[in-house]
Ligand binder design. Sequence first.
Ligand code: NDP
Length: 499
Amino acid sequence: MTATETPAPGVSGTSATFESLDPRTGDVVGTHPVHDAAAVEAAVARAAGAAQWWAGLGFAERRRRLGEWRKALVRRIDDLAQVVSDETGKPLDDARLELVLAIDHLDWAAKHAEKVLRRRMVSAGLLMSNQAASITYVPIGVVGVIGPWNYPVFTPMGSIAYALAAGNAVVFKPSELTPGVGVALADTLAEIVDGQPLLQVVTGFGETGAALCRAPGVGKIAFTGSTATGKRVMATCAETLTPVVIECGGKDALIVDADADLGAAADAAVWGAMSNAGQTCVGVERVYVLDVVADAFTEKVVAGARGLRSGSTGDFGPMTMPSQVDVVRRHVEDALARGGRAVVGGAESVQRPFVEPVVIVDVPEDSTAVTEETFGPLLVVNRVPDVDEAVRRANATGYGLGATVFSKSRGEEIAARLRCGMVSINGVISFAGIPSLPFGGVGDSGFGRIHGADGLREFTRTQAVARQRFALPIPVTSFRRTSRGMKALLGIVRLRHGR
Ligand code: NDP
């Protein structure tokens, strides 16, 4: 482990610093500047120039350069994974997996930007048939990206890659827990864009993020983090009417139908709940299993979770954010105090910084373990009489990010009834790895979409153009309009729309 002094590319003008730590050991991983409002504004001003240069390159050249970036990321995958692992504590292979997914998304965004965003003609309709109508998706200019620490590459890249592919420059504020990851990411791009400040990183705490929201010249903020901070970001952006994409937390449910493959469902529940120590926005936090298969399913979950260990060389790492341990403890204690039964682990499993797997069954639905995002390796398994009740309970939360359904015969039917942005059927978190699928939630989980065609359009402004091809024989939008002309128009409308 090396302690490094890493100024963010292209950003200077501040003297205070802070350290990022390895959550497993408390060792210092790196020292970074606390960028103040002036430094953030300077970064945004520089980005505006880079945005113009980048937009001017056009789709084909941007695609070529993003392809070079993709290759650079692949070449440096082990170095980057090491930084991710050092700052989050997650196992190296988990860090590599995160990078693999981010690289695949970058590839998709670069290759599809032209097809999705190029000018397209649309029908002008009968009444306006003298017009040629077209839609273009114009880059916004400078996009501010504010990211969390749990997937410090994959999550922000869902905004960064798509914003760049759409022709924008990006100023990125990583979490204070993972600033080194942000700097390392930006370094890999710098060499491919002729030193242009196309992707700059500003580091610091919440104030640095707030300064990015306020900075003149930021055309949009893409925020990923907690719902509480998302509301603060929206409030700050409201001051300047800066549009936002808000990707927040979740309380995702997994439904197990009577005909489900129980082995696969249990495996998915355990991975969805425990991988990354449960610190996954679309992680599985609740299971609703039909009564008839509940015992058999729970047995398999217990067998799968009991063998797992957290630790420096374990199946998953520590709680990256120290204060999260208290949230997990509170939820476990509340579930047990209200009559839930621990079938794997228990209150004693919640230690600092490593929390061992906990599975609790029959937890009352008003327990905080069911109502609030836990963000730790705790899985609640509740039995339900039928699918209607499973759907009702799954939807009984303010969140609405993702969900999972295990059913052989009616997966799609159940998915359609769930109030959330994404559903995996007979798999878990699969939607996040498919670049063509939009990613985002509803309700307290936020709004707007990253990934896919929607994710590309999210980082553009839509421009509608109507070009007159010839003058209409009956002018109606002119003071030369005659009552005869209007009569003729009404006649056409009656024929076309009145019958
Ligand atoms: P936070 O909300 O604490 O922080 C997110 C980012 O916002 C950080 O970079 C943070 O900086 C910054 N920030 C804090 N205060 C402000 C402010 N006033 N103005 C602007 N920016 C600010 O979230 P976490 O980092 O703890 O991430 C965990 C949360 O993220 C969980 O709820 C999880 O579910 C959610 N998440 C959602 C995902 C999704 O796609 N829907 C994906 C991944 C995570 P600093 O760290 O310096 O305080």
